[in-house]
Design a protein around this ligand. Structure first.
Ligand code: KIV
Ligand code: ZN
Length: 526
């Protein structure tokens, strides 16, 4: 019997902090449902106090998904109250609070004299903040996790003291993050071993680790921690997260499974949902999975050289340490076409991990037939894109009604756009340095806006001559960035759709903020 490792997924919190990733509430809910299907143990759904959008997402996921739902908060009552309020509907709620423990963080973030003059005094202040915040969280919620931020670079004596105080105050999970991805596997493993030796109440809590990937060691460090006593792993799908990301969920899970001959640990993850989850997260966040990424990359199960192919045909064990089926890697490429019916579409979507209501299916089928008219073969990735689009549409305020482009080697690129806003259609035209610039200028004229376009990327997401082109872009308005995504067989149309999708996210964001401010105003008056 293998010992269970708890999988704490932080794709929706640390993962969403990846540069360039921003998810709307519908995308977050869809990912949370998929994480439940994947059977993770804990879903960290967000950082509720940080914005109204984060609060709403944690609240919505808490009411819809039957898993342990965690909300992150700093070590103060306002943050903890906000997390607890957002988690209210959850059957199993966890408050996750943290303080900084390394000298780098203490001196860098708590430099003000009010925290103490000497390092020694500041350390005492942090110790007290830790006990007080954990005790306060425990007074509200049975399940409390404490994290010692930058534990990887924290002096072991002080770290042991803080961890002991957190457990004493009621933490049932203590998390040891390698926040800056600085440590080596043996070093980090020894840190966990040493904590087990020094912290006298350590058996009253589960030891968790949260490793970042700055040196590409996050997975190795997580495995070394398990070998030394950690029983919860914090990780993200595709390894996304701050800077170089977090430990990748799929790599840790599969390492434990494939090397079951040398490790006595396993997880409850439904590994056949790994590939679907990876695609869903990549599609919604716009963060591409590198081709050679372990477990979920395009090349993870491809055998190129003749020698390898010959070996595989004779016996798969020659070059394959796990089967693609085990991680849900699709074994069919072409699946549907213009003659496929609604039932066929639904069945394939279900196989890809999507639940679709009849109402949603009607809308999807309409889009599917339009796409199948343009493309002879509709691939799994096309369907994932269609699914992503219908989810994003829920935030739709502006939509593209019509687009016309004139462009060529000796013509001034000109665009005409008609944009639908509720029942109104606005038409404008503009010229530009190229057709895409002309489209953006026409949209800006129509809506009288001028956000900065921070980044623009176009790529092909499916194969063949009629491949779908995907445009990912980021705009900046009022110092906030919004990502937009558009997909079409025509990359200029995809660009217009991406621009409008970023504007829709911006619109939803400001509407939500307005509502939140109004509600706060009412509370103050009342
Ligand atoms: O990296 C980190 O230290 C974190 C904590 C808040 C857990 O994300
Ligand atoms: Zn982190």
């Amino acid at each position: 019997m293998k010992e269970k490792i708890i999988i704490f997924d932080t794709t929706l919190r640390d993962g969403e902090q990846s540069p360039g990733a921003s998810l709307n509430i519908y995308e977050k809910i869809e990912i949370a449902h998929q994480l439940a299907k994947l059977n993770v143990d804990v879903i960290e759904a967000g950082f509720p106090v940080s914005s109204p959008a984060q609060f709403d997402a944690v609240h919505a996921i808490s009411s819809e998904v039957d898993k342990i739902i965690a909300g992150l908060c700093r070590a103060n009552e306002k943050d903890i109250d906000s997390a607890f309020k957002a988690l209210q509907p959850a059957k199993h709620k966890r408050i996750h609070t943290f303080t900084s423990t390394s000298d780098f963080h203490i001196l860098g973030k708590f430099g003000h004299e009010k925290y103490g003059v000497s390092l020694e005094d500041k350390r005492k202040t942090i110790l007290k903040m830790t006990s007080d915040s954990v005790a306060y969280a425990k007074s509200l919620c049975e399940d409390v996790e404490y994290s010692a931020e930058d534990a990887g670079r924290t002096d072991i004596g002080y770290l042991a003291e803080v961890i002991e105080a957190a457990i004493e105050a009621g933490a049932n999970v203590v998390n040891i993050p390698d926040t800056t991805g600085y440590t080596f596997p043996t070093e980090f493993g020894n840190k966990i071993k040493e904590l087990k030796r020094r912290v006298k109440n350590i058996d009253k809590a589960v030891i968790s680790v949260h490793c970042h990937n700055d040196l590409g060691l996050a997975v190795a460090n997580s495995i070394a921690s398990i070998e030394n006593g950690a029983r919860q792993i914090e990780c993200t799908v595709n390894g996304i997260g701050e800077r170089a990301g977090n430990a990748s969920l799929e790599e840790i899970v599969m390492a434990l499974k494939v090397r079951g001959d040398i490790v006595n640990f396993d997880t409850d993850i439904n590994t056949r949902e790994i590939y679907n989850t990876s695609r869903l997260v990549s599609g919604f966040t716009g963060i591409l999975v590198q081709r050679n990424k372990a477990i979920v990359g395009e090349n993870a199960f491809a055998h190129e050289s003749g020698i390898h192919q010959d070996g595989m045909l004779k016996n798969r064990d020659t070059y394959e340490i796990m089967t693609p089926e085990l991680v849900g890697y699709p074994n069919t490429k072409i699946i549907l076409g213009r003659h496929s019916g609604r039932h066929g579409l639904k069945a394939r979507l279900n196989q890809l991990g999507y639940e679709v209501s009849e109402e949603k299916l009607i809308k999807l089928y309409e889009k599917f037939t339009k796409l199948a008219d343009k493309k002879k073969e509709v691939f799994d990735n096309d369907l994932r894109i269609l699914m992503g689009d219908t989810i994003t549409e829920k935030d739709e305020f502006y939509s593209l009604d019509h687009l016309q482009i004139t462009s060529g080697s000796k013509t001034i690129p000109t665009a005409v756009v008609k944009i639908k806003i509720e029942d109104q259609i606005i038409q404008e035209s503009a010229i530009g340095d190229g057709p895409i610039d002309a489209v953006f200028n026409a949209i800006e004229r129509a809506l009288s806006i001028h956000p900065e376009v921070e980044s623009y990327n176009v790529r092909s997401v499916t194969s063949g001559r009629q491949a779908l082109g995907e445009v990912l872009l980021r705009i900046r308005s009022n110092s906030i960035s919004f990502t937009g995504r558009g997909v079409s067989t025509d990359v200029i149309e995809a660009s217009a759709l991406a621009y409008l999708s970023a504007l829709n996210k911006k619109n939803a964001h400001f509407k939500l903020n307005e509502k939140f401010n109004k509600e706060n105003e009412l509370t103050k008056v009342g």
